[in-house]
Write a protein that binds this ligand. Structure first.
Ligand code: UD1
Length: 378
């Protein structure tokens, strides 16, 4: 059996790692990895291969920066000939980025079997580029590997046949469970001069938060005000860095914040694990904080991961100074670090995926039963 995984951005690599390991443990499976090059800086890409002990990709498409159209088109154009030569038995795509959509389309057009890892997530917000990528990818995929039970219901409501849907759990949590001891041993908070449990971690990179200078200024102002109450450490995504640098007026606020270059997976996990509060617009951090029981404020009007709000520590907050500061004060006052238990977020999702791909007996774990979470998006 030949499986071919396509990855391209930072959040793809944590999802690839456990699947890659699970496939490597099976005799008779050849696993080929293609990196599209959507993310190309060492800190956004190679650093993650090193941290997660992933072998270097077999192919690199060097797509690089560009508009959504240009990026998607370049992956389609460069991946298709490779797929035609290799003719894998299954093409695995991960998450919701432009590389995911392009790879799923390229494979589906060649009548190759497509498997989507992290299927069924919906924010209900079609202004997000990721939402379009999720919908199209799920509808061309043959196998949909779903991280939470509400996503099973979402796919059923969209008319996807039940036999294509497999509720396997969350591969991001597989990576977290494996890497947490190493992250704790690294002492990331101390390395950054942060006292244990006495700081907040911030990440922001969504176009809706960082592309409008007025919005970004308001958010940085609120974070600086929070930074006068407790240390705030902010590893800055390249998209956000560019916007901050283009807008000189945020310089003063920057002084109250510890702005870092993007950090690697293990260091980030160590920082998050030690934090009293996380403020973010990332999808992965909503899940990681829920698993760790760290209060999380998500600066978005919606989430494609409602389970993190319903059962976890995640709260949605408007991108406004007062809303952010009062939500932060409430989260800091509530000292509880409760770790909810979410079904199949147990460190073994990739094992289930590999077993299903290899047709192993008893591997079917899909259970599309009615759920209390159905329709809870938003
Ligand atoms: C992409 C994904 C988003 C994901 C995020 C994680 C899409 C539509 N968006 O957004 O879902 O949460 O990755 O990081 O696929 N850049 C660099 N160096 C890099 C990568 C990017 O400088 O290594 C720059 C690009 O040149 C561009 C900007 O950052 O100017 C944005 O990169 P892009 O790949 O378009 O999307 P992200 O905002 O990173």
């Amino acid at each position: 059996m030949q499986a071919l995984s396509v990855v391209g951005t930072r959040p793809n690599f944590m999802k690839l790692a456990p699947v890659s390991r699970a496939l490597a443990q099976r005799a008779g499976v050849k696993h080929v990895v293609v990196h599209t090059g959507q993310h190309y800086d060492d800190g956004m890409s190679e650093q993650f291969f090193r941290d997660l002990a992933l072998p270097p990709p077999d192919h690199h498409l060097a797509v690089g920066p560009g508009s959504h159209a240009a990026q998607t088109a370049a992956v389609l154009e460069r991946l298709a000939p490779l797929l035609e030569v290799r003719r894998p038995d299954v093409v695995l795509v991960y998450g919701d980025v432009n590389s995911t959509l392009a790879a799923a389309l390229a494979a589906a057009k060649l009548n190759l079997r497509v498997a989507h890892v992290e299927a069924g997530l919906r924010s209900g917000d079609r202004t997000m580029p990721e939402e379009i990528n999720r919908i199209v990818t799920d509808h061309v995929a043959d196998l949909l590997f779903v991280p939470s039970r509400d996503a099973v219901q979402t796919l059923r409501h969209e008319g996807i046949r039940p036999e294509r849907i497999h509720f396997v759990g969350n591969v991001m949590i597989d990576t977290l469970v494996r890497e947490l001891p190493r992250a704790r041993a690294l002492g990331a908070p101390q390395r950054h001069g942060l006292s244990p449990a006495g700081y907040a971690v911030v990440t922001l990179h969504r176009p809706s938060n960082v592309d409008d200078p007025g919005r970004l200024r308001e958010l940085l102002g609120a974070l600086a005000a929070l930074g006068r109450r407790l240390p705030v450490v902010f590893p800055v995504h390249p998209r956000t860095r560019r916007r901050i640098e283009a807008d000189g007026t945020v310089g003063a606020d920057g002084a109250a914040l510890q702005l870092l270059e993007p950090v690697g997976y293990t260091e980030m996990l160590g920082l998050v694990d030690g934090a009293r509060l996380v403020i973010t617009d990332s999808g992965g951090l909503q899940e990681e904080t829920t698993f760790l029981g760290i209060p999380c404020l998500t600066v978005r009007p919606n989430t494609e991961r409602p389970v993190t709000c319903l059962l976890g520590t995640n709260r949605l907050v408007a991108p406004q100074r007062d809303a952010l500061l009062s939500a932060a004060a409430a989260a800091l006052a509530d000292g509880d670090r409760a770790r909810p238990s979410i079904e199949l977020w147990d460190g073994h999702a990739a094992e289930r995926i590999a077993a299903l791909l290899c047709g192993e007996a008893g591997a079917r774990v899909s259970a599309p039963a009615p759920s209390a979470l159905a329709g809870a998006v938003g």
